[in-house]
Design a protein around this ligand. Structure first.
Ligand SMILES: *Cc1c(COP(=O)(O)O)cnc(C)c1O
Length: 224
């Protein structure tokens, strides 16, 4: 193994405040790396491609909680619905409905996060704050009994300017507070703010992240 996965993992876990969870982003990394983290007690792993995830699920321990972190096409939902622990990047009502439909077939309730697009990059997926507000205001989601909206997810702009990154996380935090009080005040499960990756998680932690998604810092660079 080229990377000291166990050592790197420990360093990350050491700086996480109480109550903040780590999603170890294992996409493009081999099972051997995942098992090294698993042996250290890590149980939440994140993947962004359905096929790669399926292969890993078939060969790795059953008690791993898999988070789907990538852009999910509606026609792929049926493949992950039987086992996925959380779908982090829901960016449309259409996708939310499909998750509900597939979850109901398996008599499950699937936890999801709504993905916000706050970053400046035009290529990033996600709902604008207004679209997200509209989706929640519309209320259709309340009828979907097989999905549970647990919070918000976002990626900050890929820039060096710490102030910009900080302010984008801050926007997400403020939206969380707004949505919590408007739509989820009696839902204790609406509690997650998933932001912070390898290059910006220290800032994310200062800005109220509850879930960091870290790959490269733990497993090294991805080989595509
Ligand atoms: C790949 C990925 C990450 C992890 O990125 P690193 O820079 O390797 O920590 C986090 N979130 C999402 C949505 C990703 O696709």
């Amino acid at each position: 193994m080229d990377y000291d996965v166990k050592g790197n993992l420990k360093k990350v876990l050491d700086v996480l405040p109480q109550g903040v969870r780590l999603v170890a982003i294992s996409k493009y990394h081999p099972n051997e790396y995942i098992m090294a983290a698993y042996e250290e007690g890590q149980r939440i792993f994140g993947e962004s491609h359905e096929q790669e995830l399926r292969q890993k699920v078939e060969t790795l321990p059953d008690d791993i909680q898999w988070h789907f972190i990538g852009h999910l096409q509606t026609n792929k939902v049926k493949y992950i619905a039987p086992y996925i622990s959380m779908i982090e990047a829901v960016d449309s009502l259409k996708l939310l409905r499909e998750i509900d439909k597939q979850a109901s077939k398996h008599e499950r309730v699937i936890d999801v996060l709504l993905e916000l697009h706050i970053a400046e990059e035009a290529t990033k997926y996600g709902l604008t704050p207004d679209d997200c507000r509209q989706l929640l205001e519309d209320g259709t989601w309340r009828e979907l009994k097989h999905v549970r909206i647990c919070g918000l997810m976002m990626m900050a702009s890929n820039v060096d300017d710490e102030n910009q990154i900080r302010s984008e996380f801050g926007i997400c935090k403020n939206l969380f507070v707004e949505f919590k009080s408007r739509y989820f005040s009696d839902c204790p499960y609406f509690c997650e703010r998933s932001y912070g990756m390898s290059h910006d998680y220290p800032i994310a932690l200062q800005e109220g992240s509850t879930m960091v998604r870290i790959g490269t810092t733990i497993f090294g660079p991805r080989v595509y």
